[in-house]
Design a protein around this ligand. Structure first.
Ligand code: FMN
Length: 177
């Protein structure tokens, strides 16, 4: 049995939901999982874990600076254990942009950090116009209009492929410690 940390950054809760599903799948493989928000990362003893997974959503083209800061501060420790990173964004709803090799945000992010995660995943996120502020809703609708996505201001759409999330969970569970 391995002790696995999933550290996430989530603004509207969808990356946390993905983290929850990963936790479920990994625990079904009889491992122990702790799911922690990046905001509480300082309270966690990273050395106590056998594997570390980091996940973050994209907002206006970027993962949270808290995630980048955490990765930069803990690169050596991350490198010393089996590890993985996943990105959640709406662009990944497009089949030609939903792989680690083809998702522009993940490609750019990996160039900005020196950590090279051992496993990578990209998951399509959730669109929830009614929840957004007027400014955010207008901006996202504009981006969606340009990229031929849904623009109905009442739209709530989960683009996530949960089977893909579950496969990633199983992969993490089987990574040798
Ligand atoms: C204000 C805002 C900005 C966003 N910017 C982008 C973006 O630049 N590119 C993208 O692909 N998705 C973008 N998204 C979509 C989010 O990545 C997606 O909704 C994701 O599921 C959010 O995850 P979270 O709830 O864990 O924060 C944006 C969403 C919001 C609300």
């Amino acid at each position: 049995m391995a002790k696995i940390l999933i550290l996430y950054s989530s603004i509207d809760g969808h990356t946390k939901k993905i983290g929850n599903r990963l936790q479920q799948v990994i625990e079904e493989q009889n491992h122990q999982v702790k799911l922690v928000s990046i905001d509480d990362a300082s309270q966690v003893d990273l050395q106590a874990f056998d594997k570390i997974v980091i996940g973050a959503s994209i907002r206006y083209g970027k993962h949270s600076p808290k995630i980048t800061g955490f990765i930069n501060r803990n690169k050596q420790l991350l490198d010393s254990k089996p590890n993985a990173f996943f990105s959640v964004n709406i662009v990944a709803r497009k089949p030609e942009k939903n792989q680690p090799e083809t998702n522009p945000y993940l490609r750019k992010f990996l160039k900005q950090i020196t950590w090279q995660p051992k496993e990578l995943a990209v998951f399509a996120g959730k669109l929830e116009y009614p929840k957004y502020s007027f400014f955010d809703r207008t901006m996202i609708r504009l981006i969606m209009y340009i990229t031929k996505g849904p623009t109905d201001p009442k739209a709530v759409i989960e683009f996530t492929d949960w089977q893909q999330v579950e496969s990633f969970g199983r992969l993490i569970g089987t990574m040798p410690p």
